[in-house]
Design a protein. Structure first.
Length: 514
């Protein structure tokens, strides 16, 4: 039974862009998401943005009167909502392929009845996942689809990759008690009970702490980054282990790639810092502009009062002078912030260019590696073709000696010619010369696949092209004390056995019994 889990986190201000699929993502396949939004999305009639919900919570929290104890006695005050408060939370829920919005809503409704947290939005995501090879214990049937959508493909190593989906739902909860003006607090026991209810309603097995703290507990970008790193690391490791001739070239490039990765990482960190600085300066200028407008408005009101004679003119003039001094101070600050913002913006633009240039260099290195791998595979196949014909020449010489021996032995016996023709045919039957003439290309392809480590692909190819011989054992590979030439000879011998057609042994035994 599939396992479910849920993970709560503070809802991001822009989470709707991701949840409603209003932002294009590289790790999604849109064709797997239902066409009708009603099949994967539900929102409450009074649904507001996360920003609006948080502002409402701040207002209601501040409205609550609090008795404070001061030096001169108790007094009533109001507090602001803490910055780390989470009045709006989002639950990421692992689901099955056949889970519906109604299933998730039943769980959400139960959470409202039991704990007072109200769901305002539910979004099923059936289009996220990643391509990867099968691991130990996994089979094709675990990922086979019946709807005609692509579910497997060949990667650059000639291996089958399978689409491993990440079915999940995002549920936005109003985590604020609007009657008391406080965020709702739930303990660990409640969170555990929620998991039990979720598993029961979705007809799935309850997730364990190990699962919850694993890959699926990461957020969308973290999960994508981890899967991509694992995929690249696996491909790099396979290429280095399986392709001996390419190892020196990859090792030579490895240091340069590492340096450029570090350069990219450093530039990315610096870019983020500068970007934050630009945003902070822009916000400061915005606040200063508001302050300046407030001061100008206040000056205008005071001047109007003097003009209409509604207040003491001397007192008003003093207030205006004070406001003008404050206005000068605001102008100085605005000038300073503008200069710093211009400088930071120039730095940001310069860094973007540098970052793009470093990324291009890194991509060029990766393309160079990918370009060399197919060339290497072709060279390996050509080596095995030459080896096959070399072995064929050696074995043919031995076969001719056996035929000559048979000819002399049968020459003095009746029916000698008939027996010579049949037995000579049996000597030739299964000989490498005949095999290379008839199936040479197929044998060398299987031998090359075994040498490069593509064991499953070699067996599939042999079976699909008429082979019925024995297959390599699960521990197939180069032995610790085996040199390259010896391993190639063993790969070639195994390829011959794998490509032999079923029934060869029976045919030979019947001939010898006559």
């Amino acid at each position: 039974m599939e396992k479910t889990m849920k993970k709560f986190r503070a809802a991001a201000l822009n989470c709707d862009l991701h949840n409603k699929r209003e932002k294009q993502l590289s790790h999604t396949r849109p064709e797997l998401q239902p066409k009708d939004p009603k099949e994967w999305m539900w929102e409450a009639p009074d649904k507001k943005s996360v920003y609006q919900m948080r502002k409402l919570a701040e207002k209601e929290y501040h409205a609550v009167e609090v008795i404070a104890h001061g030096k001169h006695g108790d007094y009533i005050t109001h507090k602001s909502l803490p910055k780390n408060a989470e009045p709006v939370k989002e639950a990421v829920v692992r689901v099955k392929r056949d889970t519906t919005v109604a299933d998730v809503k039943r769980w959400a409704d139960l959470m409202e009845q039991k704990y007072g947290i109200r769901a305002v939005g539910i979004y099923l995501h059936m289009d996220e996942g990643h391509w990867a090879t099968l691991k130990e214990g996994q089979t094709e049937d675990m990922y086979r689809r019946t709807d005609g959508k692509e579910w497997k493909r060949l990667n650059e190593f000639g291996e089958w990759e399978y689409w491993k989906p990440n079915y999940h739902a995002h549920v936005d909860f109003d985590w604020f008690d609007h009657k008391k003006g406080r965020c709702i607090s739930l303990g660990k026991k409640v969170m555990s009970d929620m998991e039990n209810d979720l598993a029961l309603i979705l007809a799935m097995e309850r997730g364990t702490p190990k699962v919850i703290s694993g890959v699926q507990a990461l957020d969308t970008w973290g999960y994508k980054e981890k899967m991509e790193k694992e995929r690249l690391a696996e491909k790099y490791a396979r290429g280095k282990e399986k392709i001996q001739e390419q190892e020196n070239a990859i090792t030579a490039l490895d240091g340069e790639i590492s340096t450029k990765q570090q350069k990219l990482s450093d530039q990315d960190i610096e870019y983020r810092r500068t970007n934050i600085k630009v945003k902070a300066l822009s916000k400061m200028l915005e606040n200063l502009t508001v302050s300046k407008n407030d001061i100008l408005e206040e000056i205008q009101e005071l001047e109007q009062e003097v003009k209409e004679g509604r207040s003491n003119s001397d007192e008003i003039r003093q207030q205006i002078q004070q406001l003008n001094r404050e206005l000068e101070e605001v102008d100085k600050k605005m000038k300073d912030k503008r200069e710093k913002l211009d400088l930071a913006s120039e730095q940001l633009e310069w860094m973007l260019d540098k970052k793009a240039d470093a990324q291009r260099q890194y991509d060029d290195l990766q393309r160079a590696i990918r370009r060399d791998l197919p060339t290497l595979e072709g060279r390996v196949i050509r080596d095995f073709q030459a080896m096959g014909w070399r072995i064929a020449a050696q074995e043919t010489k031995s076969v001719l000696e056996k035929i000559d021996e048979h000819s002399r032995a049968l020459s003095s016996r009746p029916m000698a010619k008939y027996q010579f023709d049949e037995e000579a045919g049996l000597v030739f039957y299964g000989n490498i010369l005949g095999e290379m003439a008839i199936r040479g290309e197929e044998i060398t392809l299987v031998a090359g696949a075994l040498y490069l480590g593509y064991i499953d692909q070699a067996m599939q190819f042999a079976q699909s092209h008429g082979g019925g011989g024995s297959n390599p054992d699960s521990g197939w590979g180069r032995r610790p004390d085996e040199d390259d030439e010896a391993f190639k000879l063993r790969c070639f011998g195994m390829a011959r056995m794998m490509m032999r057609r079923p029934g060869i042994g029976q045919h030979q035994s019947r001939g010898r019994g006559r």
